[in-house]
Design a protein around this ligand. Sequence first.
Ligand code: GAL
Length: 429
Amino acid sequence: MNLMSRVTRLGCALAFCCLALVLWGVPGTRALNNGLAMTPTMGWLHWERFMCNVNCQEEPDSCISEKLFLQMADLMVSDGWKDAGYQYLCIDDCWMAPQRDSKGRLQADSNRFPNGIRHLADFVHSKGLKLGIYADAGNKTCAGYPGSYGYYDIDAKTFADWGVDLLKFDGCYCDSVKHLADGYKQMSLALNRTGRSIVYSCEWPLYAWPFVKPNYTEIRQYCNHWRNSADIYDSWQSVRSILDWTSSNQESVVPAAGPGGWNDPDMLVIGNFGLSQDQQVTQMALWAIMAAPLFMSNDLRHISPEAKGLLQNKDVIAINQDPLGKQGYRLRKNDNFEVWERPLSNLAWAVAVVNLQDIGGPRSYTIPIASLGKGLACNPACLITQLLPVKTKLGFYEWTKSLKTQINPTGTVLLRLESASKIASKSSL
Ligand code: GAL
């Protein structure tokens, strides 16, 4: 039976499919109204790789300094990162001088940032990139630098005057959950009052969770993305615990994500020391499924071709940046396998099968096609392409068939499913 006749015979199924997609397309709760982060933000953030290294005497190439960011800015353009979509070059903690200036403004450490942040922002903008900076809602930053409590308007204005395009706002040293919530809200409003477009990256729910269940409807109205879970480390255990946290809490967090506001499972540590190639594939695939902001924290001066290829993989980035803006979720967990899926625009779906067993060799897993995409992804048929670990066209699969995959320990197979009806209607145009 050819494709067109299959499509015609199953018209009813497709009508149902379209209705379902219309319903999925209904926007969730209102997002922060700054027009930013319509797809997850992409960039580079210094924390996981460079932390709070302020010792430029001993380690001039890896201390938090103007030089580090100038070098990363150059590489983001020359090595294809910007073209791949990584646009925001972001400073984390430890950029500040220990004291505010005489007018109460934050200032950069003058030894490490001799030309100040505005100069850095100008350079970054001249490269077609955007600059991110870091501050904290409490009395001090997590590393002990001046906090923004009591200075929200001054700090927002300072960042806007410097030409900053993103603020990562941390939540250390807040005295209460009320202080935390007020701080995040006030800074959001203060940024808005500056009139500059500044992506607002929050950690509000992470700090709220030990005391109250965060109100994601409210958080989404103030933040462009928000951290939920503990800091990422350069290890498989850390990546796994973030995946476990996300799937265990998916009923709360998945509906909150959408254009303008995203759950942030923290930085990509691909290209560093702690993950095997298979584990790096897992992080990239699952961060795409989770519609996560993609902030690499690595050293772009020293990165393997494999890590670079993975981070710049256009097909995987297209899933992460899919304009429908729906976060994926864990569909199934059995026998140390997990199946995750994410609805995409044009009736397509992304599916990730993770082999969580970290002993033995590759294991096979068979997926009944009808179980994917709420029974609709491949009804009546779909075209399946494996994107990771290696791009392979797998061909057309009918609803009644199964797909057998082979997955390395701690690795992932990432698939893209295109609706056969969509393909048929495109080719008949
Ligand atoms: C943590 C935050 C990290 C990093 C660090 C800086 O609280 O979660 O991502 O910003 O503070 O001190």
